[in-house]
Design a binder for this molecule. Structure first.
Ligand SMILES: [Zn+2]
Length: 340
């Protein structure tokens, strides 16, 4: 089969990879209908965490089940399925508490490479959720978004305690930040402040429910959020970048007693203890337990109450994955969908 492989920073190739097969009774084999490039794929692409050998890429997927192991009971051949970027058993104590990305048996799907024609999904019963039927083609981008960026934005909004009467600020205008806006809106937030200086992304944020746009960054951005909130700071802040500047911007934009949901993969972030002590904010973040939210998200998409697929502003054939990475790296695209 064809699949994307990262050889070195800036060097993604689509090449013949071994066809995956059922290895464990809990596996499912899916034909990938749609995959995409994640903001987090750009970190190794840019050489921040470069691979020492060629690695398959991709952890977001919508597919059709081709074959199941003997132990799989919740999905069957022919089902259209969406799964999280971590396979999880969904039965251990951590999963049952709602933190499936840290399942005691978690398998990172990125290690299997979803930017490919076929994908083996471990722990299929605990990982995959079937859609109610065969999806209309225009629903596929939204279902694909549910696999990671929507689920991640949703987790961040839940962690930031988005809800009625609350002001939520969002640091980061990539796909996750934009879908954090959408999630905060769905969860009932009264005011949603999107921090962005890019006109097309501002427009999408407003479409998803942002009520205010702040173009300033760093301390100026913090000052602007405080100005909008009577000097107090937001009730909750979504951090969707993962740098020192964005994390501190999120913490400083949050009022005492407020909540920060941080889902940008941390790179070189170090929190100053004394400032954290007096900030008096709740911090919850990390890899989103997408599986916790998938049934609800699929339902919202299926009934066309949300359209998170709007974050995909380009579609390319899988064979053009190199251009997909370049376009996102150069910010020519928010998020690129790949059709195998
Ligand atoms: Zn588990």
């Amino acid at each position: 089969m064809r699949g994307a492989v990262l050889y070195a920073p800036g060097d993604v190739r689509v090449e013949e990879r071994a066809d995956p097969a059922i290895e464990e009774p809990s596996d499912a084999l899916i034909r990938v209908v749609a995959a995409c490039v994640c903001g987090s794929d750009l970190w190794p692409y840019r050489g921040v965490s470069a691979p020492s050998r060629p690695v398959p890429m991709g952890h977001e997927y919508v597919g059709v089940v081709e074959e199941t192991g003997a132990g799989v009971s919740t999905v069957g051949v022919g089902d259209t399925v969406v799964g999280s970027f971590f396979a999880s058993d969904n039965t251990c104590e951590i999963c049952r508490a709602g933190f499936q990305a840290r399942c005691v048996n978690a398998v990172p799907m990125g290690s299997l490479g979803a930017q490919a024609q076929y994908l083996r999904v471990p722990l299929a019963d605990g990982t995959l959720v079937a859609t109610p039927g065969h999806p209309d083609d225009d629903l596929v981008p939204s279902l694909l978004a549910a696999s990671d960026v929507l689920g991640t934005g949703w987790f961040a909004a839940v962690a930031a305690q988005a809800g009625p009467g609350r002001t939520i600020a969002v640091v980061g205008d990539g796909a996750v930040g934009l879908l954090g806006v959408l999630a905060a809106k769905q969860l009932g937030a009264e005011r949603i402040v999107a921090m962005s200086r890019h006109a097309p992304r501002q427009a999408l944020a407003l479409e998803f429910g942002a009520t205010d746009i702040v173009t300033e960054r760093g301390d100026d951005g913090v000052a602007r959020v405080k100005e909008l909130t009577g000097g107090l700071g937001a009730h909750g802040v979504i951090e969707a970048v993962g740098t020192q500047e964005s994390m501190m911007q999120a913490i400083r934009s949050t009022r005492p007693g407020g909540h920060v949901g941080f889902v940008g993969v941390s790179h070189g972030v170090e929190l100053p203890g004394r400032e954290l002590f007096f900030a008096q904010v709740h911090l919850l973040g990390g890899p989103a337990p997408v599986r916790r939210f998938l049934p609800e998200l699929i339902d919202l998409i299926w009934s066309r109450r949300i359209d998170p697929g709007r974050v995909f502003d380009r579609t390319l054939p899988l064979d053009d994955a190199a251009e997909a990475y370049a376009a996102m790296d150069e910010r020519r695209a928010v998020k690129v969908l790949l059709r195998p």
